[in-house]
Design a protein around this ligand. Sequence first.
Ligand code: C5P
Ligand code: C5P
Ligand code: C5P
Ligand code: ZN
Length: 475
Amino acid sequence: MSADVDTDAVASGPVPALTARAAACADRLRAADRVLLASHIDADGLTSAAIASRALERAGIRFETTFEKQLDRAAIERIARTSYDTVLFTDFGSGQLDVITEFEREFTPVVADHHQPADAETEYHLNPLLEGIDGAAELSGAGASYVLGRALGGEANRDLAGLAVVGAVGDMQDGDGGLSGANEGIVREGVEAGVLAEETDLLLYGRQTRPLPKLLEYASEARIPGISNDEAGAVSFLADLDLDLKEEGEWRHWVDLTGEERRTLVNALMRHAISRGVPADRINALVGTTYVLTDETPGTELRDVSEFSTLLNATARYERADVGLAVCLGDRGPALDRARRLLRNHRRNLSEGLQWVKTEGVTVEENVQWFDAGSRIRETIVGIVAGMAVGSGGVRHDLPIIAFADAGDGEVKVSARGSHALVRQGLDLSVVMREASQAVGGDGGGHDVAAGATIPASEREAFVDHSDRIVGEQL
Ligand code: C5P
Ligand code: C5P
Ligand code: C5P
Ligand code: ZN
């Protein structure tokens, strides 16, 4: 350790409550001859794996990486059959500890996760929920992996904080005020390390890569009449401004505007929203805290943590976790090109999926609403579509939404999404998904606000009944 390092900060780490658990996990990994790193196939899982890989590599620990869509019994059995006697699970593992611990003769698990733990314990377990920190809102899988990475490599690993922020935002842990709680410790380290900048900016998705009319039109969560979901309205709103928003006939992007131009546009947008009767809370939510990865090229998906996380989902949720991992680890050539092609496909699927839900509508029960996409929406993205459907109108805001999609082999994938308001009233979808799925011979879990399950296809109706009843008891 060099002399100018703040030893207190190094000793306590970015999330002091987790330092002791992180140190125990790090010691166990250092003692391993080689490690199998297993992670989840979404943006948070990919960034978790990238952070863990870098930290293991820098610590001189040999490892191999594998990804799983769902850490079910079959996946755990596959892992147990490998020759590895130490397995590092990132962004999953806690929810499956009951099954994992059945295999402790085959391998020692080291878990860095943020999901609701199953009813079992293990020695090397790093999870914010075990220390009273909210795993849905205050620390992601990538955040837990970052805490582990800091224990493995000290301050030299602070450059990995940017990836941890991508993971947290990929799991939708940010609000208008940005990230909160334990995540703030990670943001601080990323800023100190010079890899991350925190800015107050327009909170619409696509500031880097979308032409201005698309930025406004697609921002359906803002729900501004005459602009959101309204191509002609968005174009005429921009054309009426006294700004030069085209360059050589092409619409400019938000990131290319000067500070003055951005202020003019935001003011006009707010005036328009007020004149159309948009409530004050939604108008205030148009501006808030955003995060930028300062080493990435402006105008690319990688510069903005939210667009970066979507790019990663576009790889891992389509069986190309290797592509997303390579991008996280710095490949700006073939892997990034491939990821961009996958992103176009992902966007098309999301937009078609959303359109399908809007056309078909949802079935409203007493306490939940649901739709069954069958094979129309890929099971790995049906949860994202469900979340977007709630934001885009046509679907009620005051009920949790449950989405089904075919998973093959006579099974159905379930994704459930709630709102923070419902969670404050007592909703815990991780309990709903676990109990309702186990009642019909499936399994599930997740977070209070977003959870999922896999169930036998023949049990869908019984599953809806169980969920409806449990949500009714919670609210
Ligand atoms: O497995 P994992 O924890 O990574 O997945 C969390 C999921 O929950 C993500 O798909 C994320 O988009 C969703 N989520 C949500 N709303 C929140 C928090 C998380 O839809 N407020
Ligand atoms: O980060 P996450 O994948 O959960 O975001 C949901 C998806 O919604 C993204 O893949 C992104 O492409 C899309 N999105 C969008 N327009 C928005 C918000 C999200 O296209 N306004
Ligand atoms: O797949 P989806 O995005 O709907 O997952 C939402 C949350 O539920 C994620 O955190 C995921 O890890 C969790 N989940 C789970 N068990 C399942 C399916 C999803 O814990 N069988
Ligand atoms: Zn996660």
